[in-house]
Design a binder for this molecule. Structure first.
Ligand code: P53
Length: 479
């Protein structure tokens, strides 16, 4: 007891993604990203992915919360909370507006120079995701997204340009945000944001997902290699959506099903961290007779350039149960096989709140990869009521975060997990990725804007702002 503590330089901060807060979708020469062609959905109503930008539709990411113009004030508020780091992404379309240009767009590069300088001015370390649900839409229309091997070159060119440009400003990087969300290959949203895939009639979505994911994993490994050549001090991580899948009962068949479900959701991290495809997946892919384009050169790159750490998001857990007629391979179909766990409560959006699941996840990653871990997203999406005096009493958010930080600390102090930091999601209210709503709020900072795009965009502090400030100041002792 007491030997292990949070690192003294623990990276407390907050996390966002460019497309969800910047706005300025046509400024500084920016191109159209896949996020720019998504309308607003609602709770339980999926976002529409339109063919292009259509005149009569509302696209919430176009303006978002106008961070593009307002970031100095917002970073100042992050500094006031005591942030040690700030996780955001570089919008690929600001650097390569179409994605296939030879030369980068200087105005886009300059924007991130200024943004990172603003962070560094307060001692806030930028933590940067290269691709966070915002690839150039031109690569979707022209090349079919990540089903095309050419994307590897476009992505690595982008990575090389930004690694070089920011080599003295950014040390922590991640390649693809939640690369494993496409496990749910039946979900058009996941397929588009992860891989720029618009599914064609009659196409085997599962096969296409495995092909696209393979190219992304090769691109990720190449980026790790390039990054380390440019600056050996870079720490380049994976970014995995961790949703633990528990067996619904102690029936050994449910336990087997849960094991295969976890293998199916997390093989992406196996490849990125261990450097090779797990055996069960090699057998599964061979059995399908898909003839995937996976070359010996690809496998050598995967083997050689593994990630330095595992970044992951954690919001919820789920459960799985074997069917009476379960096949011998226990094949996990995320769309059909994942069920709610009756032992834990859910948010208004049906996300199952399970703080112990975070400790479980940290231990699971530690056992499997023996690499440093970084919780780069966690948080509670909820409807906030702003009082007439501008206050928001978000005790429910404090309760959620406190319970998760307690479990995170147990994983470090009792279990010895090597944890780099903690960046709660949406530290300032922003556009929800899944629904396009503003009203699904995560922030310590309230932004005055509604689901129809109305509002002053004024910022104000919620109760959780002072709470998180205190948490950081005490390095997690005062919760
Ligand atoms: P929203 C699904 C499951 C877990 C995390 O999500 C997910 C998703 C996709 O919606 O996304 C991550 O905004 C993602 C962020 C996103 C955040 O979780 O749907 O990395 O971009 O905003 C929260 O409530």
């Amino acid at each position: 007891m007491g030997v292990h503590k949070l690192r003294p330089d623990f990276l407390w901060g907050g996390a966002v993604a460019a497309h969800q807060l910047e706005g300025g979708w046509q400024e500084g020469g920016k191109g159209v990203s896949v996020a720019d062609i998504m309308t607003a959905g609602a709770n339980g109503v999926p976002r529409q992915i339109t063919a292009g930008v259509e005149a009569d539709k509302y696209y919430p990411n176009h303006e978002a919360i106008d961070f593009y113009h307002r970031y100095p004030q917002d970073i100042k508020l992050f500094a006031e909370m005591g942030f040690k780091c700030f996780r955001t992404s570089i919008a690929w379309t600001r650097i390569f507006p179409q994605g296939d240009e030879e030369q980068p767009n200087e105005a886009g590069l300059q924007f991130y120079d200024d943004l990172f300088d603003e962070c560094l001015k307060y001692g806030i370390e930028p933590v940067i995701t290269l691709s966070h649900f915002e690839m150039p839409n031109h690569l979707v229309d022209e090349y079919g997204g990540w089903r095309n091997r050419k994307l590897i070159d476009f992505f690595t060119r982008f990575a090389e340009v930004v690694f070089k440009r920011y080599r003295n400003k950014v040390k922590y990087w991640m390649t693809f945000n939640e690369i494993n969300n496409q496990t749910d290959y039946r979900d058009p949203f996941a397929m588009m944001v992860n891989s720029g895939l618009r599914l064609q009639d009659g196409e085997n979505m599962e096969k296409t997902m495995y092909q696209a994911a393979h190219y992304e994993l090769v691109a990720s490994a190449k980026a790790v290699q390039i990054g380390h050549q440019i600056n050996p001090d870079f720490e380049i991580g994976a970014m995995i959506a961790m949703v633990p899948l528990y067996p619904a009962t102690a029936n050994p068949r449910d336990v087997m099903k849960a094991q295969r479900a976890m293998q199916t959701r997390y093989w992406f991290a196996d490849v990125q961290a261990n450097g090779f495809y797990p055996k069960w997946l090699q057998i599964y892919q061979a059995d399908q007779e898909w003839q995937l384009d996976i070359t010996p050169e690809d496998l050598a790159i995967l083997q050689q350039d593994t990630v330095d750490y595992i970044g992951f998001s954690y919001y919820m857990s789920r459960a799985v149960q074997a069917k009476p007629s379960e096949p011998a391979d226990y094949h996990y179909d995320e769309d059909q096989d994942s069920t709610a766990n009756p032992y834990v409560k859910s948010s208004e959006w049906g996300w199952q709140i399970d703080p112990e699941g975070l400790r479980y996840a940290l231990n699971w990653f530690e056992d499997r990869y023996h690499k440093p871990l970084f919780i780069v997203e966690n948080g509670f999406g909820a409807v906030d009521q702003k009082g007439a005096d501008g206050t928001v009493h978000d005790q429910y958010r404090i309760d959620y975060l406190k319970a998760h930080i307690e479990q995170m600390k147990l994983a470090v102090e009792e279990d010895g997990v090597d944890l780099m930091g903690y960046t709660p999601w949406g530290c300032i209210d922003l556009v929800s990725a899944g629904t396009g709503q503003m009203s699904k709020r995560y922030g310590f900072i309230y932004v005055d804007k509604d689901d129809q795009g109305q509002g002053t965009l004024a910022r104000s502090k919620k109760d959780s702002f002072a709470w998180y400030q205190k948490v950081i100041a005490s390095n997690g002792e005062d919760l």
